[in-house]
Design a protein around this ligand. Structure first.
Ligand SMILES: Nc1ncnc2c1ncn2[C@@H]1O[C@H](COP(=O)(O)OP(=O)(O)OP(=O)(O)O)[C@@H](O)[C@H]1O
Ligand SMILES: [Mg+2]
Length: 317
């Protein structure tokens, strides 16, 4: 059972426009809305990989209802924690040159009561599914949430025997790692900021991964955008790197989320570290050519999986 935890969910709106010019009026050529937020992208890709993922997040207002209906239509099982504020909308503007601009709303501020209810609803699911659950925590924390929210939830999930996965940046990443998640996947920028080091090569990403593991993560990956994905599994024998698939990306938004789904499914299925990394890169690549974030197609994933080459970066220190 996969449970995708979305503390700050969203509706994703993709607009296509001729050219983005600051201070000008733009008329969109096309507008599409989809269920969004990082955990939703993860759940969508897990669904495509043949799972029936569960999803939990605070939802409010008409946009919250749209999100819930959208999740159900995708075959994702939503567990809702109702809040007064409206679920946010994240804008993705794609211009004719293929340039992607994102505008992310902060999302509603949650009251202490709402946060408490969300946390209790998560704990109830951890208790229900115990060691059969793979719990994936993704994205930013809502305004009003304590910085240690992920740490508390990871701790609670681990106490019930669940496996825990974390994809976040900043305080949420550092705090969460201290709780000892089974796997973390920041991107290079997030990892560099959290560890206060430069990550500009596969080698420096491998060093950063070792630091993430020393800080508490059992295994870790760092995504380097078009420069690929670096991974060390739980056995920690060696660090692996796979180059990204060469393609013309429509948008890379959600590529990291899709990679996380590939990792989680690979780890849950007992695939080897090499196969797990191959699957993560293939899911990420399929996301880059998809109609919307998280909408990777299985045929693309299978096609790309065959193209991914995995190399060893170096033995563990
Ligand atoms: N331009 C690209 N071409 C091919 N593959 C890409 C490209 N950009 C990203 N990828 C693939 O997607 C993976 C994740 O990308 P990235 O590092 O941008 O994640 P991210 O910043 O966490 O994304 P998000 O948080 O929006 O999901 C990369 O490791 C790579 O395999
Ligand atoms: Mg990311």
């Amino acid at each position: 059972m996969f449970l995708c935890v979305s503390p700050n969910p969203a509706i994703d709106k993709r607009l296509t426009i001729p050219t983005l010019l600051a201070g000008e009026i733009h008329r969109a050529r096309s507008v599409h809305s989809f269920p969004g937020g990082k955990a939703t992208h993860v759940a969508m890709v897990l669904r495509t990989l043949g799972e029936t993922p569960h999803w939990i997040g605070p939802c409010g207002g008409a946009s919250g209802e749209e999100l819930i209906a959208g999740l159900r239509a995708l075959g994702i099982e939503p567990h809702i924690s109702e809040v007064k504020g409206k679920t946010r909308t994240n804008l993705e503007l794609i211009d004719d040159a293929g340039k992607v601009t994102e505008i992310l709303e902060p999302g509603p501020e949650l009251s202490a009561d709402e946060l408490d209810r969300f946390e209790r609803a998560c704990r109830k699911l951890f208790e229900k599914y115990q060691k059969s659950a793979f719990v994936l925590f993704s994205g930013s924390l809502p305004a009003g949430a304590p910085a240690d929210l992920y740490a508390r939830l990871i701790d609670a999930a681990k106490q019930e025997g669940c496996k825990t996965f974390l994809d976040a940046g900043g305080e949420a990443l550092l705090g969460g790692i201290e709780a000892g998640p089974d796997f973390v996947k920041p991107n290079a920028k997030e990892a560099a900021a959290a560890l206060n080091m430069q990550i500009d090569s596969v080698r420096s990403a491998a060093t950063a991964i070792e630091t993430l593991c020393e800080l508490g993560a059992r295994s870790a990956a760092i995504s380097l955008g078009k420069d690929g994905l670096v991974y060390r599994d739980g056995a920690g024998r060696s660090v692996l790197w796979a180059a990204a698939v060469e393609l013309k990306a429509k948008s890379t938004v959600g590529a990291g989320d899709s990679a996380l789904a590939g990792f989680a499914k690979g780890i849950a299925s007992g695939l080897s570290a090499e196969e797990t990394l191959r699957q993560a890169v293939a899911c990420a690549a399929a996301n880059c050519i998809a109609e919307s974030p998280g909408a990777a197609r299985l045929t693309d994933i299978e096609k790309f999986r065959k193209q991914v080459k995995v190399q060893t970066v170096g033995a563990k220190r």
